[in-house]
Design a protein around this ligand. Sequence first.
Ligand code: FO1
Length: 321
Amino acid sequence: MNTSAASPSVLALSGGIGGAKLALGLTQAMPPESLLIVGNTGDDFEHLGLHVSPDLDTLMYTLSGKADPEKGWGLASESWAFMQALEALGGETWFQLGDGDLATHVERTQRLRAGEHLTEIISDFCRRLGIASRIVPVSDDPVRTIVETPDGDLAFQHYFVRERCQSTVSGFRFQGADAAQPSPFFLEALKAPSLQAVVICPSNPFLSIDPILAVRGVREALQTCRAPVIAVSPLVGGDAVKGPTAKNLRELGHPVSATAVANYYRDFLKGFVVDTRDKATVPEIEKLGLTVEVADTLMTDLESKAALARIVLNFSQRCER
Ligand code: FO1
């Protein structure tokens, strides 16, 4: 892996589709080769004998402009011959794998079996996709989100896709997180003198960010990081843009508000960006000791993603450590 690249000036933590949108915005608002993105791997799973890494793939496809614009995951203008053939054989088709996307899983699985680490594989895929920013998994060791429900545990994709998030969540566990080694690129970036800001992207705090924070040493490294840590609220108008964030907040006994998310991250946070529709929460978030920025956080096209990224980067300069 090219370890001689300039040490990053911005580090982003991302999971899911919302996170990838801001990551793309950041590549438009700064020199992309100075951006390091740490991707969640709690959603990873073995499926049909393949290692699937949804959040890393969503980052790769989004940053290379190849992601399906409607779904946010998988590739645009995909063909589905494999899924149709699998269906005819009675195979599992609840998790939709397009023909192009299938190549990513097959090649990644082959390389993992040959002993290559996920970090190197993703780095090579990014190079081939022409992505200038670096995407790394939070760890090369397995971290798997387990969804606890009154009817028992669910693997993440069974909860998220097969059950369509219908199950009532009583908690989450991150199997392997306490034994996993954090990515050295991640920890080194947090200590690099060149680091200007750490950005917690507008991802689901429980499903996408917590699995990253749960890896041994990560939360402490963020708490002691010299550069300001900024989070962008995943809620707009007190509700999730997409996905179960609002439902999860309720199920875990939190108010469904930007304040609740700011409070959830506050032990390592310096600044918080709320959507204009939630500006009434500013005083209560400031009472938590955080600096607050109000912005239009709804990212509907490339320009709005870049605009939000510029606001976040300028805001981070105002958040002295
Ligand atoms: N999400 C779905 O709702 N249905 C799917 O069939 C599906 C397939 C899929 C395949 C590859 C991939 O990288 C992501 C896929 N996703 C699908 C999204 C995925 O479950 C989520 O993106 C993350 O795991 C959570 O953000």
